[in-house]
Design a protein around this ligand. Sequence first.
Ligand SMILES: *[C@@H]1O[C@H](CO)[C@@H](O)[C@H](O)[C@H]1NC(C)=O
Length: 352
Amino acid sequence: MDPWRRLIPLSVATSSSSSSSSSSSSLILLLVFFSHSSSSPPTLPQPFDEAYSPLFGDTNVVRSDDGKSVRLLLDRYSGSGFISSNLYKYGFFSARIKLPSDYTAGIVVAFYTSNGDVFEKTHDELDIEFLGNIKGKKWRFQTNVYGNGSTSRGREERYTLWFDPTRAFHRYSILWTANNIIFYVDEVPIREIIRNDAMGGDYPAKPMSLYATIWDASDWATSGGRYKVNYKYAPFVAEFKDLVLQGCPVDPIDQYPSGQCYNNLALLEAQDFSSVTTQRRAAMRRFRQSYMYYSYCYDTVRYAIPPPECVIHPSEKERFKETGRLKFGGSHKRRSRRRGRIPMVVEEQPVM
Ligand SMILES: *[C@@H]1O[C@H](CO)[C@@H](O)[C@H](O)[C@H]1NC(C)=O
């Protein structure tokens, strides 16, 4: 289908909404990106200073001169992070990210949505978290979902990647609609959660901001805390560019998007990347068979009955046994609140 034709109603819908006038152009860019992947990546839809602001470690948030990319530094004094200026109720959150290379044990680079600052006890969160590595080993990362303060029910999955994320930029995206959540790496959907009534409040449903952070998580990130941050190699730099925020900005308190916003969301839901097509479903299966090494859905030690959104594949169940992870057992750890967010992690498996 001609992507330009589909965009016409969107620009009408956004022109008088509270979202910025550039949201339609970001969607144009996205469509171009998803239909011709590497040839035409989207560019930053809004100047960084308009759409985002530093969250902590301000002097370690370094914008490029053209305002199109930002570097987050971790040094011995501070990590750093930024937050979107708006909260969104449903949306598509995406960035091209290049991770720090060489020795990065203990470092977490996170790209996530959350409302932990607004709803302390009942917060929602969607995470992509990179968990550091030691030189020569693969970077690992996890995705996670919390809804309405469900911090005692972690929904972690952990994976490796089919490329080295420190050598080039790759796009990482979170789609969140009323119907589903999809995590993407480049054009590959790596995880989908389809809303299920039995999830109740565990399905994120309150407005969230986008966050990106780098911080010292020496006590848990890499091999369960065995490898710490070594500041001899500082500063550690994570670079973000081509950030895309496409969704419905809403007031966090009344939570009601405008009518225009509903149109906007209907159009978002109609986009190609808002559902897992048959072709992409095969790519998702391949990714999960090859790169996923932990899933809460198979961790019967933790969840005797898998949470309701879990889709159990008998062959995966066989591979993951009862601990939800490949090859290694291990304990589960709860983590305390940090930097306004609550990482709840499963202990990393030993480095092979
Ligand atoms: C969210 O949690 C609060 C406090 O526990 C509860 O009152 C509310 O009903 C929950 N909302 C949903 C949608 O489950």
